[in-house]
Design a protein around this ligand. Structure first.
Ligand code: PLP
Length: 396
């Protein structure tokens, strides 16, 4: 139990009675001194692990120089990070945000503006069932999370849904009001379900043919998470608009709306925000981009992703679970029974943090710098916990 008084905090979710005080690499320490191996990493955010040297140094250096200077003026890190992202993605224009949801709001606004100019006021954005795009009113409407369709009525209109990987349904959904299609290369929150490379390629072709925009939400899949800098690279396509968040800041609040030059049609005053592009956060973004771009970094993510997937598949065979889904270091294990929450709780007691995005699946999103030894340790703890929690269910 913690001695920290948490009663003034709005209870927006059920939290365990632990207060974390320190983090280093793949490890967290709580106020009682207990250590935890972290395979959640702030929800795939801390791509370089906890308090990594490049981020600590970038923060300290930039804080001593310039923390904030109004988005009405240029600053150096903001310009540098925009160039780095533009060069790496092939999309030429960048607007910085403070969260993923805000980047997606920007993408929705940009697509609607583009539709008002180029497609006779078309404003509908086709999104995927079970997709997740954030928690603002528009991004909740764009999401296909079961249960959210009834929340916070009335909904922001204009987000018809189709099933993921169903190109025929998507083609049928395109009408005169359609301005764009928006999806995640891998549905992370839904439980790690991939848009197939073939679907993404068909979608790219279809969007071009019908004159609508392709928006990819790379907030969870971007910044090397799948073994490529951006998830879309696996399919060999490029979107018209992309959003980044999570890993881009490596732990600090930073997102980005990225668009092709000929799609960027914001006029002065259409988009902005007090903290957007502030030098402190964008300096961190530069440090993250430089680390991920180092020779061998992404190859190691791929290798460790394959290794983690193999070890999870072994566990699955032993404990009667299902398939391993995902790519790189964004993986899920199908449990085939609703023991996810029990496993998460037991694992935490054993000093391992994992996530169950749905009751019958576990999600793994370690630091991209995770070591083989740490993967082995995670598998060892999870194996023990599965034996405890899973065995009675199997015996039935
Ligand atoms: C986390 C996430 C978001 C929302 O980002 P926030 O920073 O929480 O607003 C949007 N889309 C995807 C795919 C995400 O994983």
């Amino acid at each position: 139990m913690t001695e920290t008084d948490t009663s003034a905090l709005m209870e927006i979710t059920s939290r365990p009675p632990i207060v974390f005080t320190e983090g280093r690499g793949s490890w967290l320490t709580d106020s009682a001194g207990k250590r935890y191996l972290d395979f959640v990493q702030g929800w795939a955010v801390n791509c370089l692990g906890h308090s990594p040297k490049p981020i600590v140094e970038a923060l300290a250096r930039q804080a001593a120089r310039l923390i904030n200077c109004s988005p009405a003026y240029f600053n150096e890190p903001m310009a540098r990070l925009a160039s780095l992202i533009a060069t790496a993605s092939g999309l030429e224009q960048v607007f910085f945000t403070n969260s993923g949801a805000e980047a997606n709001e920007g993408a929705i606004k940009l697509a609607r503006k583009w539709g008002s100019i180029h497609r006779a006021g078309a404003f509908e954005i086709i999104t995927m069932e079970h997709g997740f795009h954030g928690r603002t009113l528009a991004t909740m409407a764009a999401s296909g999370k079961p249960g959210w369709d009834k929340l916070f009525e009335p909904k922001v209109p204009g987000f018809p849904k189709v099933p993921l990987n169903d190109i025929a349904a998507l083609e049928r959904a395109i009408g005169p009001k359609t301005v764009a299609v928006m999806l995640e290369p891998i549905q992370g929150e839904a439980g790690v379900y991939e848009a197939s490379d073939a679907f993404l390629r068909d979608l790219r072709g279809l969007a071009t043919e019908r004159g609508i925009l392709l928006i990819l939400d790379e907030i969870q899949t971007g910044m090397g998470r799948t073994g490529r800098l951006f998830g879309f690279e696996h399919a060999g396509i490029a979107p018209d608009i992309m959003t980044l968040g999570k890993g881009l800041g490596g732990g600090v609040p930073l997102g980005a709306l990225v668009a092709k030059r000929d799609v960027m049609c914001f006029a002065h005053g259409d988009q902005g925000g007090t903290f957007n592009g502030n030098p402190l956060m964008t300096a961190v973004g530069c440090a993250v981009m430089e680390e991920v771009a180092k020779p061998g970094f992404l190859a190691r993510v791929t290798e460790n992703g394959v290794y983690l997937a193999e070890r999870l598949a072994e566990l699955s065979r032993v404990h009667g679970c299902g398939v391993v889904r995902g790519r790189g270091l964004l993986l899920a294990l199908d449990l085939k029974r609703p023991i996810g929450p029990a496993l998460v709780e037991r694992a935490r007691a054993q000093g391992l943090l994992i996530n169950a995005p749905r009751p019958d699946a576990l999600r793994f999103m370690p630091a991209l710098t995770v070591s083989r030894a740490e993967i082995d340790r995670m598998i060892e703890i999870l194996g023990g916990v599965l034996a405890e929690v899973g065995a009675p269910a199997l015996a039935k």
